[in-house]
Design a protein around this ligand. Sequence first.
Ligand code: FPP
Length: 231
Amino acid sequence: MELKIPRHIAIIMDGNGRWARRRGMPRIMGHYRGAEVAEEIARACMDIGVEYLTLFAFSTENWNRPREEVDLLFDLLRDYLKNKREDLKNLGIRLRFIGRRDRISRDLKSLMEDLEAYTSDNNRLTVILAVDYGGRDDIVRAVRSVIRNGLKTVDEETFRSYLDLGDVPDPDLLIRTAGEKRISNFILWNLAYTELYFSELCWPEFTKEELLRAIEDFSRRRRKFGRVLDE
Ligand code: FPP
């Protein structure tokens, strides 16, 4: 079968905690392994010619987790960004972030900005990390920008440009792991016509093979975008 390679893949990386607890390890170990898997999948996406990979790393609701887990998740992100600065640059990965910026510590925020600038000329794969991101929050922030800019009215195209992914094509394929079948306030606007794939694997056990299974499945779908297709 001929594979149709999605231009943009979005992933809800679920099941880190469950994976770790099942092995009698602290939940954070699942997140550590999850970060490694994220890197493997980014490399796989690069190999097969995906242009954009959007990963849900921390949601606006994740602040409600125990303080210790939240702190450790941000430590993980901070260490990761520091350690991978050169790798990302050399691999040709452009790194971008979406989400709120007002609740993140100042040092992490400047690290994020530094990496965005440092990798901005890269064009093999754009990895978009959603950090303190919520789909509803994205829409509300867009509305606020519209008002701030004094617009009297907007159409879909103009409104889209105010969203965090305003300049990025909509995801063709959304993958969610760990058997959960929800959108969980991810990029709501942009997922309007995205094909959904649910994997039973927890994120720490997700593989390139499973990614290819998702893409195979995607390749068999007939995307209609509300139209009638000829039989
Ligand atoms: C969901 O699993 C996962 C998260 C809330 C965090 C995802 C973050 C990472 C994989 C690390 C990302 C970091 C980099 C640098 C890419 P869960 O904790 O909700 O698992 P559970 O549903 O089994 O409890």
